[in-house]
Design a protein around this ligand. Sequence first.
Ligand code: SF4
Length: 342
Amino acid sequence: MGDTKIEWVEKVWNPVTGCQKISPGCKNCYAAVYAHRFWNWKKFINDSYNGRKNQVNVRPFTEVQCHPDRLDHPAKWKRPRTIFVCSMGDLFHEDVPFHFIDDVFDVMAKNDQHIYLILTKRVDQLANYLSYDQKWNKELWPHVWFGASIENQHAWDDRALVLKNLPFLNRFVSIEPLIDPVDMAFGHDTDIGSWLHWVIAGGETGYGSRPMHPSWIKSLKTQCMDEVIPFFFKGWGNWIPDSGYEDKSGETRVVWNDQYPHVGGQLMVRVSKKKAGFLIDGKEWSQFPIARFKWAGFRHEYNLIGKHTNLETPDGVYVKKTPPVKIPILKCLDKNTKRRSA
Ligand code: SF4
């Protein structure tokens, strides 16, 4: 129940499923493709088994469903886990009633041995929910991380700015699929590290996936290093720079960096996700923030001196000079365990 191949969490929990596409990043939505393949497949099997047609309550992905019967899942996981909330939908979709979101937050409050990561493209609705919930107190949610899903500069400007101004202890962004360059500073924000605590990024996979110019991901990595923000590179997706890749038999495409035309076009080759891999200039970037969570009645705290102190990078250890605010940060998973065992 809830197991996942997603590299940056241990479990998924889907009290809400279904969604509709709202921006270019949704074009090849993984959840929609998955639902199309497997939800319909389940229906076929069940129908065959029952010998009846249309007896199974399987609905299209575009129909948002709340699942009260799944609210007990986190309580069943006794050991602390990192949990991705709503990997098959968007908890803050406009069709999800606020009273059901209340129920989801009640479960997270009662099961605070876990760390929850909530990712949404609908940050405005998230803001609406907070203003509806007058009792919102960020101090009560050290184990919940709020993230915006972003794919290009336009989405960054729209969603990250909202996320920045919401009263959370823990914020992250998932910049995946990265389909255009992103300047996280909005051109002028000089202290992103004070409000953003984790960046996950990667290319696109699946049918119709779009290539990612290497300069886009390298720039993001550099921005994170400059601001001492943990950076997790999920991988290239289905397209890898042709340089250094010997098998040129796959489809090729040239990608341009419109933001920095002098960088030039980059020939990309379409390969499998596994072949494309997750190295940037030969290095793996799998950084996690560090954790604070409660387990067996004790609060386990890691590195509470400051969120960025002792942030490990492949190049060594960064120590922020100015004392950062005390902030609970995410569990540091055993680095790359999942990737190595995959
Ligand atoms: S918001 Fe997320 S879940 Fe919804 S369609 Fe877009 S990518 Fe898919």
